[in-house]
Write a protein that binds this ligand. Structure first.
Ligand code: GLN
Ligand code: ZN
Length: 776
């Protein structure tokens, strides 16, 4: 490192490869097209490329063990031997086969992101998957039980350290910290707190750290993002015990304790007392925490300043950062600071330079991993007093100013419109009881009306046709004709089997967010901006860069066509504002709540147009409303307020007789049931089939008044439920809700299922409802 620079760290790099090389290798291996050896070589190639890239871009603290074939939490479970019996492992190194069975199940079946650990009669199922804190990255949930013991069962961190060292890189290995690892896990017995296993777990970490120290590692990075959450006393004690013991038993290695995704807040006193050599803090999500650290930190604590946003794609204003951090560096001293992104760069795309078709203005405002590292390197020099970075600083300045002033971002019509939002726009004309009466007369639906959530199977024919159309090989006319035929046959089939409320099937949609984002102003799309969602599944989130508006109707024609085929109600299908917001990279120059309001107005217009076109039922999906909840409970209220407000804003402009539906892909509503009720949808469908309807208790306790469709068919499994099983589930729902409130529907959309599964399952669902009507 030159004297005129500060240390630069990355905390972790995207592992998928700039051209999705990892996906290609993994899927080739799973399909038996390449050998284990070839897979491992491809993976090693990606690691080497990452180290070389970081080195050449000026990173001085290069991570190792940030790579993973599937997921770093799964790697940790394997490292410590936390492998459930079902996977047949007893001791010794864990084979790749066992590893991938834990990740994907032994049937190699497609794994849905929200899928849990239940696959009757289908071999070992995969471990459960859930979201990594408030990101869209999914990890494999570790499983713990009372009396569990741990042994070192994978030498991955050590091997990857050696591998880098052989190439001449002294790396800082990354491990998920023991406390976060235990807290991320689950136990079959809900009364059992995995944190009680800490004393058996820590010795494995001691062993790994000792090995690393022996081989020459000076630092390790232990990720403890749990430090930014609300912690109970047991967890706080656990932190002190774990880090006390590591310091005692492995004095030869320095620990960089990494926190991210928020403020350490009320856990700071504890964090600062831990015997670690360094603390990484997220100064993007929580700039103000630096003050407290300045005053509270030990004089020799190294502070890793997370100054560049690792969760979003915007270019930084480097001059502003230089000004902000100059006094900080002066205060701490150069030897006590490191510069870093706020968190691992896993959550942003790799290289902006690959985007050749992006609008050149928008491109100038962005930074992906590579560009973020360049920013850090520039900043490190500028803060150390190197005058050679003036050009880079002024470029960054100019870009920031251009973005601020760009007419592409600011739309006065949108500003004027949001300024006129008033209470009346967020309220239906009448209360639910009145609307329900009007709607009951209008629709004349039977008791226990049956419907589905929106999508029908996205078959390979449909995906192929879409790809051919995108490549220009299938004309628009032919593509649309094909989609119309698919829609028509789905509609007629629904009518045939006797569903009461029909859907058009969503065949024309690539994705429930992208489909809308592509038609709204204010969004840009990348060609290569992939981010890992889980395993070999990557997503390319839309980039929301400007004020959002709707140039023209988005769904009317498809709805009209579908409704023309039937006299039954054709439920129109929209994605809600919170979901569009949550699954996009969003602006950092205005509050999320403001962007959400803009999207809500655009959706409100679509709702109005649908109503005008004759739609009588409109569903607005808010699949991401609950996942958008902030990490700290104290922040929930304000989030829920604007999230609910946005939903009401987009859904309240209709007549009493128009029925608003919403759908959410989960059912744990205990803590937020009042917000769900405040959304005031006429009908809400939720996921309940796997919880034996127990999760409906929250609705019962709240005396939830509106209609509910608790899912009675688990769409995450290929299994076809019998009518009697569905009947049993409905019976359980009837113990909790009144008959007049109940709708009968699957847990979620059917796009990931096959028609051979969907057809008999829905026939059985209709049969179950009919059977019930006879006796009620
Ligand atoms: N209407 C969407 C569908 O049926 C809803 C999906 C979701 O909420 N995840 O696919
Ligand atoms: Zn769903």
């Amino acid at each position: 490192m030159s004297l005129l620079s500060l240390p630069v760290a990355t905390l972790g790099m995207p592992r998928i490869g700039p051209r999705r090389e990892l996906k290609l290798a993994l899927e080739g291996y799973w399909a038996g097209k390449i050998s284990e050896q070839q897979l491992l070589e491809a993976a090693a190639g990606l690691r080497v490329a990452n180290w070389a890239r970081q080195n050449s871009l000026g990173v001085t603290i290069i991570p190792s063990n940030d790579f993973s074939l599937y997921d770093q939490i799964l790697d940790t479970s394997v490292m410590v031997g936390a492998i459930p019996e079902a996977y047949g492992w007893e001791s010794g190194p864990v084979s790749l086969k066992t590893y991938f069975t834990m990740a994907r199940g032994s049937q190699d079946k497609e794994h849905d992101a929200s899928c849990a650990h239940v696959h009757q009669g289908l071999g070992a199922s995969a471990q459960e998957m859930t979201k990594w804190l408030d990101t869209n990255y999914h990890y494999m949930v570790p499983e713990f039980h009372k009396g569990q013991t741990f042994t070192l069962s994978s030498r991955k961190p050590i091997e990857e350290y050696d591998e880098a060292k052989a190439l001449g890189y002294q790396t800082r290995p990354v491990l998920v910290g023991p406390v976060t690892f235990l807290k991320l896990g689950k136990a079959a017995d809900p009364a059992f707190d995995p944190i009680s296993l800490l004393d058996s777990l820590v010795p494995v970490y001691v062993e790994v750290l000792q090995e690393l120290a022996k081989r020459g590692a000076e630092w390790v990075q232990l990720d403890e993002p749990y430090l930014v959450l609300d912690l109970d006393e047991a967890t706080r004690t656990a932190l002190q015990r774990a880090y006390g013991r590591l310091a005692e038993e492995v004095p030869g290695i320095k620990v960089m304790l990494a926190t991210y995704f928020g403020a350490i807040g009320d856990n700071l006193a504890i964090a600062l007392k831990l015997p670690v050599a360094g603390l990484h803090v997220d100064l993007v999500r929580s700039p103000q925490q630096l003050n407290q650290i300045e005053y509270g930190a030990r004089a020799d604590l190294v502070v890793s300043l997370g100054v560049i946003d690792g969760r979003n794609v915007w270019r930084s204003n480097l001059s502003a950062l230089v000004e902000r951090f100059k006094p900080v560096i002066a205060k701490f001293g150069k030897e006590r600071v490191q510069l870093a992104p706020s968190c691992s760069l896993l959550h942003v795309p790799i290289d902006l330079e690959l985007e050749t078709e992006l609008d050149s203005d928008v491109k100038r405002w962005l930074a992906f991993s590579v560009q973020k590292i360049q920013e850090l390197a520039t900043l490190a020099k500028a803060l150390a007093g190197d005058g050679n970075v003036i050009v880079a600083l002024s470029e960054s300045d100019l870009a920031a100013r251009a973005r601020q002033a760009s007419p592409k971002i600011h739309d006065t019509a949108v500003a004027q419109r949001t300024a006129t939002i008033d209470e009346a726009m967020r309220r239906r004309n009448s209360a639910f009881a009145t609307r329900a009466e009007v709607q009951r007369k209008r629709f004349g639906l039977p008791l226990f009306p049956t419907t589905t959530i929106g999508s029908f199977p996205q078959t390979s024919e449909i995906r192929n046709a879409r790809a051919e159309h995108a490549k220009g090989k299938l004309t628009k006319a032919k593509y649309e004709q094909f989609l119309k035929e698919e829609t028509a046959s789905a509609v007629l089939w629904q009518e045939d089997i006797g569903l009461d409320v029909l859907v058009h099937g969503e065949f024309e949609r690539n994705d429930m967010v992208q489909y809308f984002a592509e038609q709204l102003s204010g969004f840009a799309f990348t060609k290569h901006g992939w981010v890992q969602s889980y395993g070999s599944r990557y997503v390319r989130p839309p980039i929301l860069f400007g004020d959002v508006s709707r140039p023209k109707p988005m769904t009317i024609e498809w709805w009209r066509y579908a409704q023309s085929l039937t006299r039954k109600p054709m439920k129109a299908m929209l994605t809600g504002p919170v979901t569009i917001l949550t699954w996009s990279f969003v602006r950092d120059d205005i509050p999320r709540s403001e962007t959400c309001r803009q999207i809500a107005l655009a959706i409100r217009d679509e709702v109005a147009d649908l109503e005008k076109a004759g739609a009588t039922m409109i569903q607005i999906d808010e699949a991401a409303l609950r996942e958008g909840l902030p990490l700290r409970r104290s922040d929930w209220r304000s989030y829920l307020d604007w999230a609910v407000e946005s939903f009401r804003l987009c859904s309240s402009g209709v007549a009493d007789a128009t029925q608003i539906h919403t759908h959410m892909c989960y059912s744990e509503f205990n803590a937020i049931i009042d917000a769900i009720a405040a959304m005031d949808a006429d009908v809400i469908s939720i996921e309940t089939s796997r919880s034996k309807m127990e999760l409906l208790d929250a609705f019962t306790a709240f005396k939830y008044p509106n209609d509910i469709g608790p899912g009675v068919y688990d769409i995450h499994s290929p299994r076809v439920p019998e009518a009697s099983e569905i009947g049993d589930l409905i019976a359980l729902a009837r113990q909790r809700l009144s008959d007049s409130q109940l709708w009968i529907n699957p847990d979620c959309g059917l796009k990931t299922r096959k028609w051979t599964e969907v057809r008999p399952a829905l026939v059985n669902m209709v049969a179950a409802a009919r059977e019930l009507r006879k006796t009620s």
